[in-house]
Structure formats: structure tokens, C-alpha cells
Design a protein around this ligand. Structure first.
Ligand code: GUN
Length: 237
């Protein structure tokens, strides 16, 4: 949240953090969301996940005005993404991964892509963005049989498993593009899901942690915010 505030402020975006106190309930958060929805000065709302256990994340996310949905997590926007006609705001981390692929000219159309992880924040929307870009996509998860074998078929391997260092060179086809979405704190140090020193021996591209996907997520959230703000003002230039 500190980095989001820093980047937003640098871009001239008004950033207001509504910190949830201990006594907060789903209803009190819904009231806050309703207030933000109704506020003409608010262009984008981001519900930082995970929410405290007593607050129902689905109800809160569904309450956000789909036109102010900063990271495209509202079911309407996820549904549009699944239909292949996404709204203005794309889920930040998956969009950041797509931007890395675009920037480094990694071919996506026709590529075999494997996503490890099926979370609503990363794995599922990542797979949708890849399939919308004409990749052939496999989603793997904790019950996948022969995970290394499936990963070795990937031209693009996106790892969002939440298990530090789990992917080593035995998971990677030579020359493949490996994007590490892992962000686990291990003894105070941010660790990715990819064993960097092992995978760098075989991969064609490899994103580091920290410094790879993380900053891209924030950039995409800012891009989303700008797109939503422009749409609300019907700016067409
Ligand atoms: N928690 C971890 N990543 C994200 C994200 O991209 N968006 C939201 N809303 N919560 C998160």
C-alpha cells in the first residue's frame, strides 16, 4: 500500500487510504463502499485483499461500482474478461505480466502457456488474458499430476503458487519465458516462487523478485485508474 500511495502521489492521483479498524464488519465496509460509489470525486476504488476474516470479500467486491472497479475484480468485469471483451480496468498483476511479455516481444499468439495457481487475483485472470491473446493455456494447481512435466511444455510459464523457490530448472523448457509472481516473506526477505539461480541457466527470459512483476502491478493499477477517470469525464482525446 505504501508503494501504491507513493506512485499515485507522484502521478498526481489523489490517494485516500481507508484503513479498516478491528471492529469493522461486512456491513460497515459496505457502507464505506456505498459512500465512495456515490462520491463524484472518487474515480476508482481498490479493495485490498485479503480482507480481515470476518469481512466477506465477495459481498464487498460486488458492491463496488463496476465503473470504479480499480482492478477489475467485480464479477461483471471478470465476466467481460472471460467473454473476451474486457472493460477498462484489467486485474493488475496479470495485466503487468502481459505488459512484460509485450515489452520484451515474447510471442503469445499460438504459444503454449502454463499458469501455476488458480487464485482470483492472479491465476484465473492471467489465464483469461493469455487465452484472449491467443495462447494455448493450461492452469495448474496443487492437485495437478506431473506438474514439472506440464510446465516443461510451456513457452510461457507464469508462476503464482505462493511457494517460495518451488520452480527450478527441471520445470523449464530451454528458452522459455518464466514470470515469477511469488511474493513470500522468508525471514524478512521477499522471495519468489522461482529458484532464480537454477532457472536462469535454462530460461530465455526470467522476471526477478523483487523488482519484476510487483512494480508492474502498481503501474497497471495506475493505468486502470486513469482509464476509469477519463471514462467518467468522457474524455475522448
Ligand atoms: N492483494 C494482493 N494483490 C492484490 C491486487 O492486485 N489487488 C487487490 N485488490 N488486492 C490484492
Amino acid at each position: 500500500m505504501r508503494n501504491k500511495r507513493r506512485v499515485a502521489t507522484a502521478l498526481g492521483i489523489d490517494f485516500n487510504l481507508h484503513h479498516l479498524s478491528a471492529g469493522e464488519t461486512t456491513d460497515s465496509v459496505l457502507e464505506l463502499v456505498a459512500r465512495l460509489n456515490a462520491s463524484p470525486g472518487v474515480d476508482a476504488i481498490l479493495v485490498q485483499l485479503p480482507l480481515p476474516v470476518l469481512i466477506d470479500p465477495a459481498r464487498v467486491i460486488e458492491a463496488v461500482d463496476p465503473g470504479k472497479d480499480a482492478d477489475g475484480f467485480h464479477p461483471l468485469n471478470i465476466g467481460r474478461l472471460a467473454e473476451g471483451r474486457p472493460g477498462l480496468a484489467l486485474p493488475g498483476t496479470p495485466a503487468g505480466c502481459m505488459e512484460l511479455l509485450r515489452h520484451y516481444a515474447v510471442p503469445v499468439s499460438g504459444a503454449r502457456a502454463v499458469v501455476i495457481g488458480r487464485s482470483t487475483i492472479v491465476g484465473r485472470p492471467m489465464a483469461l488474458l493469455l487465452v484472449n491473446a491467443n495462447a494455448t493455456v493450461t492452469i495448474c494447481h496443487s492437485r495437478t499430476v506431473d506438474l514439472p512435466g506440464i510446465c516443461r511444455e510451456a513457452d510461457i510459464l507464469v508462476v503464482a503458487a505462493g511457494r517460495p523457490g518451488m520452480v527450478d530448472s527441471t520445470y523449464v523448457k530451454p528458452g522459455a519465458c518464466v514470470i515469477d509472481v511469488g511474493t513470500t516473506l522468508v525471514e524478512g526477505k521477499l522471495c519468489g516462487d522461482v529458484d532464480f539461480d537454477s532457472v536462469r541457466q535454462v530460461a530465455g527470459h526470467l522476471s526477478p523478485v523483487p523488482g519484476g512483476v510487483g512494480p508492474m502491478t502498481i503501474a497497471m493499477l495506475m493505468r486502470n485508474t486513469l482509464a476509469l477517470a477519463r471514462a467518467r469525464r468522457v474524455i475522448t482525446d
